[in-house]
Design a protein around this ligand. Structure first.
Ligand code: C2O
Ligand code: CU
Ligand code: CU
Length: 507
């Protein structure tokens, strides 16, 4: 016979269960708290700015007798010492990491001979470029390993800072993260006649911002727990240079900012909160320079800013906390609480004088919505756009060549998203029902959508029509895109109907 009576035994058992549950709860709670606390990163104040900023070289090109400007891009694997003594495996165009800056003028015919020297298939997409769908480099224009692809088109859009990157369906995040990214600059009569800083690498600096993380010598591409946005790094680099500085010798410096990160949203500003002038957005020059002291850029967005430096000073470009109405959970795990010292500009003791910025830059090049022939709605969720994940053989919508449309896009999720449309630049008519803020008044192809935000976009599809080859629209948080937050549209002649693209994403 047991000496412990029945009620006592029950009580002991109960105490045991409660104690065990408490310990478990504390452990889980403590674990989550630890994950939460350690999820925020900051390099503010601890960045040494010890490496001179690399400037991607301008790509060499050949002029054919018919006037076509021909570039060569070779996608290849390589290795790079981001940190002294640590050799990291990378991918790049024509080199170990990133790619050369392509540059062409409005009206020019260009051809890019793309060679894929990687071990796997990929694509090269010209982000922001207006061009025929078959030249777009989206998931339908796969280039097999060891194969080449030679798209050709005529540059027919305003001067702008565009970029190029792979777009293979389901693997874009990883291909971009390994280093396949470059700039494609366009010039036109307006950009060439304005007194803006435009000496490439001198007073006109490309600033390709990426966040990275290393595991040993290698790039770490893993997604940490609770990171619904995809990969987030714990430090930034510019043009592939960690803790970068750049000597500048002019009073005014133009920075062509590209957020080439796969998921991170930056809020750029200077450490001393000085104001700077926004002169261009994704698709080119704004009408008038806008004075700002903060500028949000989500993945894929570009902005050109002009900043004034004082002789002998060091001006630090920084990214601060994200103000996007994220709750404490999403704010933390989407990287919204992170801060980075991005780039230090070291001004010479004597600076070359720069002309004042012109008051007028370029006339608007996007429609104002008044002649839109259709209004379409897009609900963004990680699980898909308008409730459907991307399907390679499904055309989601067709537009008519020559017409303008208004697209109303709503972020239906608790996490940040953005919205990119291929082939066109659009005007942000409204953000949450209000006129768009100064940072969004220029031509755009990618726009940030905080949770529950709604944007109204107006764009014109000028063709050419191709019923069988779609363009993409998608979230440019690349893991979201890979998960299927993407849809396809075709441009048709009046009366034409859409074809059916192949479901393969092979060769
Ligand atoms: Cu920057 Cu669909 O891409
Ligand atoms: Cu694009
Ligand atoms: Cu997204």
């Amino acid at each position: 016979m047991s000496s412990v009576s029945r009620p006592r035994r029950w009580r002991r058992l109960l105490i045991g269960v409660v104690a065990f549950a408490t310990v478990l709860l504390l452990a889980v709670g403590g674990g989550v708290t630890w994950i939460y606390v350690s999820a925020a990163v900051s390099t503010v104040g601890s960045t040494k700015f010890s490496n001179e900023l690399a400037i991607p070289p301008l790509a060499h090109s050949e002029l054919r007798p018919d006037g076509t400007r021909v570039f060569d891009l070779d996608m290849r694997s390589g290795h790079k010492e981001f940190r002294a003594g640590q050799v990291t495996q990378t991918w790049g165009f024509n080199g170990d990491y990133l790619g050369p800056t392509l540059r062409a003028r409005r009206g020019e015919r260009v051809e890019v001979r793309v060679r894929n020297s990687l071990q796997e298939a990929s694509t090269v997409h010209w982000h922001g470029m207006h061009l025929p769908a078959a030249m777009d480099g989206g998931p339908h224009q796969m280039v097999a390993a060891s194969d080449t692809w030679e798209p050709q088109w005529t540059i027919d859009q305003p001067a702008a800072t565009l970029w190029y990157h792979p777009h293979p369906h389901g693997a874009t995040e990883q291909h971009v993260r390994r280093g396949l990214t470059g700039l494609f600059l366009l010039d036109d009569e307006i950009s060439e006649s304005l007194p803006l800083p435009r000496n490439y690498g001198v007073d006109d600096l490309p600033v390709i911002v990426q966040d990275v993380k290393f595991r040993g010598a290698e790039l770490d591409s893993g997604h940490a727990i609770f990171r619904d946005v995809g990969f987030l790094g714990d430090q930034t680099m510019v043009n592939g240079t960690l803790t970068p500085y750049r000597d500048v010798g002019d009073e005014l410096v133009r920075l062509r900012l590209l957020n080439a990160s796969t998921a991170r949203v930056y809020t750029f500003g200077f450490a001393d909160d000085r104001s700077f002038s926004l002169v261009a957005t994704d698709g080119g020059l704004v009408e008038h320079p806008a004075a700002l002291d903060r500028l949000q850029l989500s993945p894929g967005e570009r902005a050109e800013i002009v900043v004034r430096v004082r002789s002998g000073e060091r001006a630090v470009l920084r990214s601060t906390k994200l103000d996007a109405g994220l709750d404490f959970w999403n704010g933390r795990f989407a990287g919204g609480d992170d801060a980075f010292d991005v780039l230090e500009l070291r001004a010479a003791a004597t600076l070359r004088p720069s002309p004042e910025l012109p008051a007028m830059l370029a006339p608007p090049s996007t429609p104002d919505g008044s002649d839109s022939v259709a209004e379409r709605r897009f609900e963004l969720n990680l699980s898909g756009i308008n409730g459907q994940p991307m399907a390679m053989d499904r055309i989601d919508l067709a537009v008519t060549r020559g017409t303008a449309e208004t697209w109303i896009v709503h972020n239906n999720d608790g996490m940040p998203h953005n919205f990119h449309i291929h082939d066109v630049q659009y005007r942000v008519l409204a953000m949450n029902g209000a006129p768009s803020p100064p940072a969004l008044t220029g031509p755009k192809d990618t726009v940030f959508l905080p949770p529950d935000a709604t944007v109204e976009l107006a764009m014109r599809f000028t063709g050419p029509a191709d019923p069988n080859t779609p363009y993409m629209y998608h979230c440019h948080l690349l893991w979201h895109e890979d998960q299927g937050m993407m849809g396809q549209f075709v441009v048709l002649e009046p009366g034409q109907s859409a074809g059916k693209p192949p479901s393969h994403h092979g060769h």
